[in-house]
Each structure stands twice: as structure tokens, then as C-alpha cells.
Ligand binder design. Structure first.
Ligand code: AMP
Ligand code: GLY
Length: 421
């Protein structure tokens, strides 16, 4: 069967890498893709929001399955847009993707169904929000309701910071409509963890747990990014806590979505905080694979990813076996200097051919007129090391990352360090 994957980052490269291993997959197409993805898939320069062009392409290419990577098109209803084509699409419909697209929807859902999450209030009026905020203890968390490219959340450690965050969302409207509503939330202390799960309706099949590193600098300093590195599994977190999170958070949420008439189909990704006494609470839900979580989770998948996608879109997820390897994976992201602020594109990348002992997923690369690899984004590459444990995988990822050079290259040097203490 031929497949169309929508997206063009490291996550989509990892999905395509895994799909390409399936004997049932013939040709893979990607829109828009990137230069690394082009090694495995035929890329078409169509943006992820060009629904008419994407549906026409899928029909013209006669693909048997479409897979959606990023959050924005899901929130905008890309899955519904494929209805007329009758081609199965892996990913949630617009009304189910709202679990990521609207934090107020997500919080109200969890509240209604008694699913553990931080205490909160929502506001669409600045004065009322400010009065409530003044009465909260510090630290406190302020969140814009809608999608804000990962920048809509402020964990405020002072009153000034909290007031400033609220003002910039509600008065200065820095996130536009995404900030029309705001959530003021209790601060949760503890360890973060992500669990991704394949979901079709009420069936939940958790994947290997993973941990992201969002701030740009070591020791979690500096502004948040899309993710500077990940690792899986999480040896420092007891498996009973992971099971508890699946039983008390992910399964009840999938069930709640069915009860609300919004059955979820695709990947449900829970961002969780484990309190010091070992209780998981929900921080956020995403309606898709994580980036760069996918880059460490899929290399550990022993089963055929195509079979899982196919079963999910046909409501048969409960019927298949899904096996994970015991190997550990660590992904180190190589980013452009300056990211997540302004950065230069078109810088030559050297050493990609030398880094053969790692899996290198491309996030933002292109080829110049001479065919050389050049940078084309903030996050450029995800270098994934595998090993018997996190320590081995980490050593391999860093050793291989050393072989790849470009001017301004930035990486964190402490990916997975928390798993080793
Ligand atoms: P989000 O975009 O919702 O994933 O939030 C970004 C980051 O803010 C999370 O990864 C957490 O580190 C932090 N965060 C969000 N909500 C809370 C909370 N209630 N308590 C503590 N930290 C939080
Ligand atoms: N790595 C975080 C995300 O994909 O949302």
C-alpha cells in the first residue's frame, strides 16, 4: 500500500523511517517533508494547511492511508477534510483534537470526569483574571487557551512575572485569538513524564514512556523550545506509576471523549507531573505524536507501525500485539545558534555521512544547488543513540553528534542526565 504522511519535521522522519520497514508499505509520500525525509519518501511541496491540495494529492496518488503529524492542521479539522475522499486518515477529528487545541476544553473535561489535574480557573475577562491571580500563591501557572507554538505557558515565580504574563496574553494579545481565554492554574512540583498512547475510541495501547527537555540550555535554563532532546525508557520512574497514569488518566480520558461524542482516534500524548509522593497528574494533552518524543519511542517499537495505524483507523486496535524492545534510546537535538529566537538558515552541514552509528532524523535540513546539506530551521537534526541502557545510548548519541558540524550548532549536554543519578 502507498501512504501519504503530512508534516515535515523530525517526528515525521521518524514515522516514515518506521513505516518504511513494513513489508506491507510500498511507496511513501510526504507533504511537505524535508531533505532528510526525501531519502525515504517522495516529497510534495504542499503546506500542512492546504487541505484542498492535500486531499487532491492523496486521491491522485491513490494512497490507501494518510497519516497526520502536526497539531495545527488537526485542530483545524484536516481529518474531517478527507471525509469525501473515503481514504482512512490516522489522527483525531477536529472535535477530538480540541483536547490539545483548547486548554479550557481539556481542563473542563478532566474536571467533569474527575481525572487528576492541577486546580484551575478560566477567564475571558482581564480584570476578573487579575483579581483571582492576586489571591493565588506563587509560583502560579498562566496559560493561553489556544495553540501558541509551545509558548503560551508561563510558570511564574514572582507576582511581577505572573502579572506580566497575564497582561501580555489578555491585554497585549501577543497570541491573538489563542489568548482570548486564559487559565490560571495551581503549580505542580515534581518530575515530568510523557506517555504517548495509540487510541481508538475506548481502546488505549500505551507506548514506551519518554521524557523531553524543553528549555534551550543545560539545567533547564533559558526559553522553552519545541524540545532539545528526549530519552526512553525512564529507569528512574517506577513502572507502577506509569501504570497508574495509564489507568487513572489516559484510559478515563479516552472514555470521557467517547461519552462526550468526540471519540479520539490517533495518538493521545499525556504530559504528566509526578508529585513527590508518586501521584501522576495531568499537565496537558496533545492529539498527536510528540516531537522529539517520537524519535526515541519508534526506534524501540518491535511491531510493524503500519499494522498499528491500520488497526487504529479501522477500530481494531484491541486485536493486535504491540511489542517494545528493552533497548534504551536517547535523542540529542542539534539546533541553529539563536534558536528559539532568530537564527540563520542555509548554513552548510558536514559529517552526516560519518554519523553512521546513530539514527539521524532530519528536522530542518535542505540541499543547496550543489546538493550539499544545509540548515533550514531552528531544530536541524535529532541524533538518536541506542544501547542496552540509557548510559550506553547517551554515550552513543553524543559521540555521533560530535561528528556532525555546522556553524552555530547548539545542543544541550545534559540530555537524559536525570535518568542517570
Ligand atoms: P505545556 O505547554 O502545557 O506543556 O506547558 C509547558 C511546561 O510548563 C510543561 O512542560 C511544564 O514544565 C510547565 N507546566 C505547565 N503546567 C504546569 C503546572 N501546573 N505546574 C508546574 N509546571 C507546569
Ligand atoms: N515535545 C513536545 C511536543 O511535541 O509537544
Amino acid at each position: 500500500m502507498d501512504i501519504l504522511v503530512v508534516g515535515g519535521g523530525g517526528r515525521e522522519h521518524a514515522m516514515i523511517w518506521a513505516l518504511a520497514k513494513s513489508p506491507k508499505v510500498d511507496k511513501i509520500y510526504c507533504a511537505p517533508g524535508n531533505a532528510g525525509i526525501a531519502q525515504l519518501a517522495e516529497c510534495h511541496p504542499i503546506g500542512v494547511h492546504e487541505f484542498d491540495k492535500l486531499t487532491a494529492l492523496a486521491v491522485e496518488l491513490k494512497v490507501g492511508l494518510v497519516v497526520i503529524g502536526p497539531d495545527d492542521p488537526l485542530a483545524d479539522g484536516i481529518v474531517d477534510a478527507f471525509d469525501d475522499t473515503r481514504i482512512p486518515v490516522f489522527g483525531p477529528r477536529r472535535n477530538a483534537a480540541e483536547i490539545e487545541g483548547s486548554k479550557t476544553f481539556m481542563k473542563d473535561l478532566l474536571h467533569k470526569y474527575n481525572i487528576p489535574t492541577a486546580a484551575y480557573e478560566k477567564f475571558d475577562n482581564y480584570e476578573q483574571a487579575q483579581t483571582y491571580l492576586n489571591a493565588q500563591s506563587i509560583p502560579v501557572v498562566i496559560k493561553a487557551d489556544g495553540l501558541a507554538a509551545g509558548k503560551g505557558v508561563t510558570v511564574a515565580y514572582s507576582r511581577e512575572e505572573a502579572d506580566q504574563a497575564l497582561r501580555s496574553i489578555m491585554v497585549d494579545k501577543v497570541f491573538g485569538e489563542a489568548g482570548a481565554k486564559v487559565i490560571i492554574e495551581e503549580f505542580l512540583a515534581g518530575q515530568e513524564m510523557s506517555i504517548l498512547a495509540f487510541v481508538d475510541g475506548e481502546t488505549v495501547r500505551p507506548m514506551a514512556a519518554a521524557q523531553d527537555h524543553k528549555p534551550v540550555f543545560d539545567n533547564d535554563q533559558g526559553p522553552n523550545t519545541g524540545g532539545m532532546g528526549t530519552y526512553s525508557p525512564l529507569p528512574h520512574i517506577d513502572s507502577s506509576i506509569i501504570e497508574e497514569a495509564v489507568e487513572t488518566i489516559i484510559k478515563p480520558t479516552a472514555k470521557a471523549m467517547v461519552s462526550e461524542g468526540r471519540p479520539f482516534q490517533g495518538v493521545l500524548f499525556a504530559g504528566l507531573m509526578i508529585s513527590p509522593d508518586g501521584k501522576p497528574k495531568t499537565i496537558e494533552f496533545n492529539a498527536r505524536f510528540g516531537d522529539p518524543e517520537t524519535q526515541v519511542v519508534l526506534p524501540r517499537l518491535k511491531s510493524d507501525l503500519f499494522d498499528i495505524f491500520w488497526a487504529t483507523v479501522h477500530g481494531k486496535l484491541a486485536e493486535i500485539e504491540i511489542d517494545w524492545s528493552d533497548e534504551a534510546a536517547v535523542c540529542v537535538v542539534l539546533a541553529s545558534g539563536g534558536y528559539p529566537g532568530p537564527y540563520t538558515k542555509g548554513v552548510r552541514i558536514e559529517g552526516l555521512d560519518e554519523a553512521k552509528d546513530a539514527i539521524v532524523f532530519h528536522a530542518g535540513t535542505a540541499r543547496n544547488e550543489s546538493g550539499e546539506w544545509v540548515t533550514n530551521g531552528g531544530r536541524i537534526l535529532g541524533v538518536v543513540g541506542l544501547g542496552a541502557d540509557i548510559s550506553e545510548a547517551r554515550d552513543q548519541a553524543y559521540a555521533q553528534a560530535e561528528l556532525i558540524c555546522f556553524e552555530g550548532k547548539h545542543q544541550r549536554s545534559d540530555i537524559a542526565a536525570k535518568a542517570l543519578v
